[in-house]
Structures are given as C-alpha cells and as structure tokens.
Design a protein around this ligand. Sequence first.
Ligand code: WQD
Length: 332
Amino acid sequence: MKRILVTGGTGYIGSHTIIELYKRDYEIDVLDNLYNSKITVLDKLEKITDKRPGFYQVDLCDKEKLDKVFAEHEYDIVMHFAGLKAVGESVEQPLKYYENNVGGTVNLLECMQKHGVKKIVFSSSATVYGEQDTPKYDESMSTGMGITNPYGETKHVIEEILKDVAESDPEFEAVILRYFNPVGNHPSGLLGEDPNDIPNNLMPIIMKVSRGEIPELSVYGDDYPTPDGSGIRDYIHVVDLARGHVAAIEKMKPGVLIYNLGTGKGTSVFEMIKAFEKASGRKLPYKVVGRRAGDLAEMYADPAKAEKELDWKTELTVEDAMRDTMTYLNNL
Ligand code: WQD
C-alpha cells in the first residue's frame, strides 16, 4: 500500500483531500504545525472515513524534526498543502511568508532528496498568473508578473524551485495544482474552513457574518466592468478540488505537470451573496465599499487541460457549496 505524507493535512484543503485519498486505500500521515488549524480535525476524519492518519506536529522550518519524520517511514508521495495563506498578512509581514512558505518547502524538498522520496503534489494558486488580458486563465499563460502580494510570490517561487529540482533529477515527479477559489465543505458538515487567523477570503467572511461574529460583509467595489459591477471569481467546491488531487497523483510521471483546478465558470460577489441567502433562508447584511487593492475584476479557470489529461472535472456547484456550508454552520 502506498504511503503519503500530507503536509498541512489538518487544514481546509488538506483534510478534504485525505477523505478522497482514503477512498483509494493509501496509508496517510499528516504533518502540521497547527498554526492555523486544529488537531480535532483528525477525529472528524476518523468519523467520516473510519481511518485515522498518523500525525506529526512538526513545523517545516524545523529541519531536524522534519528529517526524523522521513527517517521513520518510507513515503511514496508528499502532498504539500502547508503554508501561510493570508494575502493581507503577507503584505504586512513578507519575511514571515518567505521563511515559512519558501524556506519550509526547501527544507521539505531537501529531506525528500535525502530519503529518496521523488514525488510531490504542490498546492499552488491561480494568483501566480497575475493580471492577464483575458479573464479566462489557462496553463500556457505567463506567471510571476504583476503578482500583487508576497503570498502569491511565494507560490510562484516554489513553482520555480520545483521546476529546477526536476531539471536536476530526471526521476523527480511534481504536479503543480493552481487553485482558483475553494469554497464549501464535506456534506457531513463535520469539516469546514475554520481558520484560526482573520480570514481574507469571501466565504469564511460570509460565514462569520452569518454567525454574527462580523456585523456585515464589505463588498469590495460594485463598479467593476462586470454584469452586476462586483468582482467575478471561479468558486470550486473543495470536494471537487480534493478529487482533482487524487486524479493528479494517479497520472504522475517524471517532470513537472501543471493544472488549473477550477469550474471554468465565473460567479460575482452579489451572486455569491444571493446563493448564500437562498441556502440560509435569511438576508446577509452587507455594504458596498471601495475596491480592495490588488483585486482583479474577473478571473476564472480554463479547466480543459485537467479535464483532458487527468480525466477530472468539477461536478459540484456554488449552490452545493452553500448547502454544505449551511450544514457545517448548523453543526457548530
Ligand atoms: C473573492 C472576491 C473580492 C472578501 C484569493 C487569494 C488566495 C487564493 C484564493 C488560494 C473578490 C470579494 C472578498 C470580502 C469582498 N487562495 N471580497 N469582500 O481575491 O480571488 O484571492 O483567491 O491560493 O486566498 O489569491 O479571493 O475570497 O479574497 O475574494 O467583496 O470581505 O470576493 O473583492 O472579488 P481572491 P477572495
């Protein structure tokens, strides 16, 4: 049975991916520093899958402890989700992001090299594309230009590091998955996006507004050149995203494979508000404020490459994500 080390496995996307991996009978260990997630996620994973991953509370910046993990087990694949991801915080504290995200990944890759682990799936982001002259993003587009924050820069730098390692070692296999906007949660409602930090992203903020933790949602601009004036993004259900990871590891080969994981459909902020109100049965308080620096008007995936090469495409909708989000909120 293949053994997988999932870094950041108690986090939002990592934990949902583990659920899908267990359907394929992998052995799994989680490595997480619990900076932005809770160890109780392991109990929820066990409840959902009847299996419990091994767990190491290790920080990727602690190379000594990290090396010990690789000395204990022979891993076939590393799925690398661990990293700081608050865009706003990255602007205020860039070095914290470079040290954690880039430094931590270099440590991880050095440990993999020392222990002969040659396969990695990397959790990247559509943010690496910067602004293009079309809202529909495909993998042939340039990256690294016009990235508006250090968080996105770290994702781009790590992508370049993976390409360089693959150049240096013909046996090295990497899959880079560029996420658009993950939303929703497992239909059980046991797992959800539950960050310890102050969220940047639209859905966790909507969830906090609906719980009364934030008085109202600030809509960052309604004067964009879009049908209803609000920003448009590609909101992909996290269960579809998780399934994309499983599809990817089954197609790995020497070299670097790169895929966009998105629905291929754009949804505006106002449409997201309406979808949440429909699922919750109540109005969501919001006010329109000025645009957020660095925001694009419109961005959504061209998912054709993943569909063709990974035999994967999204099956769930924004409405499914809102339904599952309500199950999670009602479970709290
Ligand atoms: C979505 C839309 C905002 C909050 C992020 C980051 C990164 C990436 C996902 C993985 C935009 C609007 C938001 C709010 C709002 N994840 N908005 N009020 O900007 O696409 O970027 O994408 O790498 O986290 O790159 O996602 O959720 O922040 O914003 O009006 O309080 O919601 O203007 O149009 P974004 P987001």
